[in-house]
Design a protein around this ligand. Structure first.
Ligand code: LLP
Length: 441
């Protein structure tokens, strides 16, 4: 644990251990307390209950700033990928920082419009299965760009545009057939994946699109996957896209935009280095090198890299139990609240809200109450010995945490709070069982 705790102390800036002073004499307490910005997390757990998602507004703003700085040399728009965390409070914060949005459904688009009616001009719409209703709604608010993923979709979009008497600005999402070293479920840039049109067939489709008066060819888009920590796959994909853009321009198309997608990974295991300035800088360099001399407006769709490390899930220990020599810590959060460990066997740091240097370690499985053996947050993990009632923070849960939460086992989803320096705002109240039953008969 000392390793984790030390890392915790060093961990800038969202969740850090600090010394706490208490009593009349303001004596230093023996234990360190985990804070989000200026707020001790134990106070949030006491006030709002658990499971509870906590986000640092400061960290989100700072990460956006770092990301933007990395691309400062080229015209670009950050279209934050809404799927990573679509809570209105988070979207409002990101919109206020001047970002656009990448949406993949009518529902996500509606969320964006709820926080800012004028944001449509900064919205790109991706996804392999857009319905006519969704495309028509997006045409009506005149979004920036449709990232079209198949020939059939192209004609369906043209039809919707004709019916709406609007022109659809399009990019084809090309599949560059580039491998990315990530979990197979979130790798998208290979020919065997359902995403995009094969890059070799793109020119033909662009030519057809250009002949339709309801379609306006405007860009090329690509996204090779998520949680990618090496730069080379991004560069390789960009090289192919850059070649295509040159060809398309020779063919007479006007290509103003390249949408580079998202996918930049974060360090979930704190033994890996997590200097975002460095990783964002290398990522930008890797994307921009192949684009030199092209003069395009770059669209970027980061999700995880912006919100992942800015969020944690607080959960308290319900029970301790042992099955022979196996020790379990049963917590009140479960796979329905936070799916990543169950779905991808993803590693997340789990740290206690109060930490004493002298605390002994024990190897435990941290598991939830859902009736599946796959309902775990950690297996055989060395954690400080905890008692029932103690609270843990599951770190780096800001992306694909609440967004993937469900009501499995008829469990209401957690509340979410946004901390901004010394202030705390509930951005989503805890669901109730009545919320869940509403709409059923
Ligand atoms: N753009 C497109 C077209 C995408 O499909 C995605 C993610 C992104 C942008 C944002 O990628 P990011 O920057 O967040 O890596 N549930 C999984 C991740 C699924 C990602 C799906 N697409 C997880 O928890 O790891």
């Amino acid at each position: 644990m000392s390793r984790t705790a030390r890392r915790g102390i060093e961990r800038p800036p969202a969740f850090i251990y600090r010394e706490q002073r208490s009593g009349l004499l303001r004596r230093k307490s023996e234990s360190l307390a985990l804070f989000c910005d200026e707020i001790p997390l134990q106070r949030l757990a006491d006030s709002f209950g658990t499971p509870l998602y906590v986000y640092s507004a400061t960290a989100i703003r700072e990460r956006l700033q770092i990301f933007r700085h990395a691309f400062r040399r080229v015209p670009h728009t950050i279209c934050y990928s809404v799927k990573a965390n679509s809570s209105l409070g988070i979207l409002r914060l990101i919109g206020a920082a001047g970002c656009g949005f990448d949406v993949v459904s009518g529902g996500e688009m509606e969320r964006v419009l709820r926080v800012d009616r004028c944001a449509a001009k900064r919205v790109v719409f991706s996804g392999v299965g857009k319905t006519s209703e969704e495309m028509t709604a997006a045409l009506k608010v005149r979004i920036l760009l449709f990232n079209v993923e198949s020939e059939s979709e192209l004609w369906a979009l043209a039809e919707c545009a004709a019916r709406s008497k609007e022109k659809a600005r399009i990019a084809l999402r090309v599949n560059p057939d580039v491998p990315a070293n990530t979990h197979p479920y979130i790798s998208t840039g290979l020919q065997q994946h359902k995403f995009g049109v094969p890059i070799g067939e793109a020119r033909k489709l662009y030519a057809q699109a250009a002949g339709n008066r309801y379609l306006e060819v405007a860009g090329v888009s690509v996204h090779i996957g998520s949680q990618i920590s090496e730069v080379d796959p991004f560069s390789a994909a960009m090289e192919r896209v850059a070649d295509l853009v040159r060809e398309l321009r020779r063919d007479g198309h006007r290509i103003d935009y390249i949408d580079a997608g998202g996918g930049l990974g974060i360090a979930y295991d704190q033994s890996e280095s997590d200097d975002f300035e460095v990783s964002a800088g290398e990522y930008a360099e890797g994307l921009l090198r192949p684009l030199r001399g092209l003069r395009v407006h770059l669209l970027l769709e980061p999700g995880r890299a912006i919100v992942g490390p800015a969020g944690a899930l607080l959960t308290h220990v319900l029970y301790r139990k042992t099955n022979k020599d196996k020790k379990f810590v049963v917590v009140d959060a479960a796979m329905n609240d936070f799916l990543r460990p169950s779905l991808y066997e993803a590693y997340h740091e789990i740290v206690p809200l109060r930490f004493r240097k002298q605390d002994a370690l024990e190897k435990v499985d941290v598991v939830g109450p859902v009736c599946e053996s796959g309902d775990f947050f950690a297996r055989d993990r060395a954690l400080p010995v905890t008692s029932e009632g103690d609270v843990f923070a599951i770190l780096d849960a800001g992306a694909y945490g609440m967004a993937l939460a469900s009501n499995y086992n008829t469990r209401p989803r957690p509340a979410e709070v946004l901390v901004d320096g010394g202030s705390v705002r509930v951005i989503r109240r805890r669901e109730t069982i009545s919320d869940l039953l509403r709409g059923e008969s």
